[in-house]
Design a protein around this ligand. Structure first.
Ligand code: BGC
Length: 470
């Protein structure tokens, strides 16, 4: 869609808040689709398990299918948005989510359900890479950080909304799971239509030689005369972008950044966050809550609401205290929460074996899980996306983000696949594995993750240049 769909050229030359609000709204819709899917699987799990008589491995396949295909979606985002524009990648993502949502709602058998979840997965993978890229290329520098943060916050809002829908009795009705999963088609439709009337990003327009259109967009987001300096910078950078290749990511000069990005992306999932998000309700159901409804309310408040609220707390701290302190504090807190969860799980198992109520051990597990979520949302949730988007040089940034996002999804898939089996074996083992992983992660962050707070991007590149020499 050409820039002419925006406001009139003769309007004043200051930045247009309406356009920025529109972009932030898109970030919200994209993030919500991502988040809603993460949360809705947990709410619908018992429904589709009963409907198709699935065993725990099949539940893992249906649950993890999204993450698996999302890997492909994140990788595909880079060539797609380079060839057809960031906007086109997002419109395709929206269309796939609409089809996938309808498919899940109407699935007559588990094959169709898995196929529909695969479509949703590819779409969510595209969104995870293309939405932040769209926002960061549209937003003026002064608002970029806040806008990327809006996206992570929107993910948590999406997860919370899925939890709310999950407790309105739907999860307990025979076909309620169809509504819970299928409703994702509604925000996806709105997202797709909204994306169609938004402009392409100035960076992509310049790469395609459409410099006048790019200047018009910048005039509206940044005002005059600032837009001219930004345009010059984009023209300069875009010359180099044409030469970027996947293989460049493994060149010696980029290896240190790539290593940190990949380990950060993997570690975010190895906190086991999505084991808790996907299976939290099931874990709570086993705790001896009087009704399934009580377990759902406990996970809505103790997991989804805490996740959203703790993200609010984290946002200003990322720039004030820095990335490293948040990661170290968050990892330390997660270790403490896992110790609590291991102790509580052993006690619960003993009490169940003795045929007595789980009592306070159940509440100890709920408190440990809530504390875990608080620590995750205040650290690994936002910090990983912030750092992945700032550690690569401009020329390789879109490929770097795509690869790291894809690896993040791979580990999300792995965790989703093994979680039901390991928890079924013994929850204490699950949390003990998490504890061991997080102790290793703490040491790695301490010695290998540099502080990037407040540093210009060129200075961040100097850190990697120094490391490459050693
Ligand atoms: C992670 C998701 C996770 C969500 C929880 C995101 O940053 O990438 O996998 O479900 O946070 O809030």
């Amino acid at each position: 869609m050409a820039a002419s769909t925006l406001e009139d050229r003769s309007a004043p030359t200051g930045p247009r808040p309406a356009l920025l609000v529109g972009i932030a709204g898109l970030a919200g819709l994209g993030g919500m689709i991502f988040g809603y899917d993460q949360g809705s699987v947990g709410d619908s799990q018992s429904g589709f398990t009963a409907a198709f008589g699935l065993d725990s491995f099949e539940v893992g396949v249906v649950t993890g299918m999204v993450a698996l295909l999302a890997m492909g979606g994140s990788l595909a985002a880079s060539p797609l948005s380079e060839a057809h524009g960031r906007r086109a990648a997002n419109v395709l993502a929206a269309a796939l989510s609409v089809v996938g949502g309808v498919g899940m709602a109407l699935a007559p058998n588990v094959g169709v359900l898995i196929t529909a979840r695969a479509l949703i997965g590819f779409s969510v993978g595209l969104i995870a890479a293309a939405v932040p890229q769209y926002i960061s290329e549209m937003a003026p520098a002064r608002a970029r950080g806040r806008m990327v943060a809006t996206y992570q916050l929107a993910i948590t809002v999406g997860i919370f909304v899925s939890g709310l829908i999950g407790i309105v009795e739907l999860a307990d009705t025979a076909d309620g799971w169809r509504v819970i999963l299928g409703v994702i088609a509604v925000p996806a439709l709105v997202f797709g239509v909204a994306m169609l009337v938004m402009p392409n990003t100035p960076r992509w327009l310049v790469a395609k030689g459409r410099v006048d259109e790019a200047r018009e967009i910048l005039r509206r987001t940044e005002g005059e005369p600032e837009c001219d300096a930004t345009l010059e910078g984009i023209v300069e950078e875009t010359k180099d972008l044409e030469d970027s290749k996947w293989g460049d990511l493994v060149r010696p000069r980029l290896r240190p950044a790539l290593t940190v990005g990949l380990v950060l992306a993997a570690s975010q999932q190895l906190t086991l966050i999505n084991g808790i998000i996907y299976y939290g309700t099931s874990i709570f159901r086993d705790l001896g809550f009087d009704t399934a409804r009580e377990a759902e309310v406990a996970s809505l408040v103790g997991i989804y609401l805490v996740n959203m609220l703790a993200t609010f707390i984290a946002l200003p701290l990322v720039d004030r205290f820095g990335r490293r302190p948040l990661l170290l504090l968050g990892t330390g807190g997660i270790c403490i929460s896992f110790v609590g969860a291991v102790v509580a799980s052993i006690e619960i198992a003993d009490r169940k074996a003795a045929g007595v109520p789980v009592g306070s051990a159940g509440w100890m597990l709920v408190a440990s899980v809530s504390f875990f979520i608080t620590c995750f949302a205040a650290s690994w949730g936002p910090v990983v996306w912030v750092m992945i988007s700032e550690i690569f040089p401009t020329r390789e940034r879109s490929k770097g983000i795509g690869l790291c996002t894809s690896v993040n999804w791979f580990f999300a898939w792995l965790v989703a696949l093994v979680t039901p089996a390991v928890i079924g074996w013994h929850p204490a083992v699950y949390f003990a594995v998490g504890l061991a992983l997080m102790i290793g992660t703490f040491v790695w962050v301490l010695f290998r993750v540099p502080e990037t707070k407040g540093r210009p991007l060129e200075e961040i590149q100097a850190i990697w240049a120094d490391r490459a020499k050693t």
